[in-house]
Design a binder for this molecule. Structure first.
Ligand SMILES: [Zn+2]
Ligand SMILES: [Zn+2]
Length: 137
């Protein structure tokens, strides 16, 4: 077993996957499709070539939605717990790993925000805000 295998899984644990670095692209995407599919201010998208991505369990639990108007965008999710999961772009050139589902450190940090113009009206850049390790008391 190689040591650079990075593991990920959904919230309920039914779906598991593995990826292998090195990775080149890691972006925060603020587009409305990513916001809606993740339910969050932005998606944390790590790009992985298909040959370095593998489902290790629960592939039958994965649902997929392909947006009819989108050139590349689709989304995968666990049918049991609803977690966003890594998805292949239409055409299959890349797997977009939803980095919040990683269980290991991929060894790369996001380098930029994309679709910044589409960001949520309520989004606050958090770098200067107080930081809480857990829920504030
Ligand atoms: Zn699940
Ligand atoms: Zn997006």
């Amino acid at each position: 077993m190689k040591e650079d295998i990075i593991k990920g899984s959904c919230l309920c644990g039914a779906v598991n996957y593995q990826i292998e670095g090195p990775f080149k692209i890691f972006q925060y995407c603020h587009c409305s499709r990513c916001r809606k599919s993740t339910g969050s201010a932005y998606a944390s998208n790590l790009f992985v070539p298909p040959e370095r991505f593998r489902w290790t369990s629960g592939e039958g639990m994965i649902g997929r939605y392909e947006h009819p108007d989108a050139k590349y965008f689709a989304t995968n999710f666990c049918k049991q717990c609803g977690s966003s999961l890594p998805w292949a772009v239409k055409g299959g050139k890349n797997i977009i790993v939803t980095a919040g589902t990683l269980d290991d450190d991929p060894g790369i940090k996001p380098m930029c925000n994309i679709f910044w113009r589409s960001k949520a009206s309520w989004y606050e850049e958090s770098s200067d805000l107080p930081r809480h390790d857990e829920f504030p008391k």
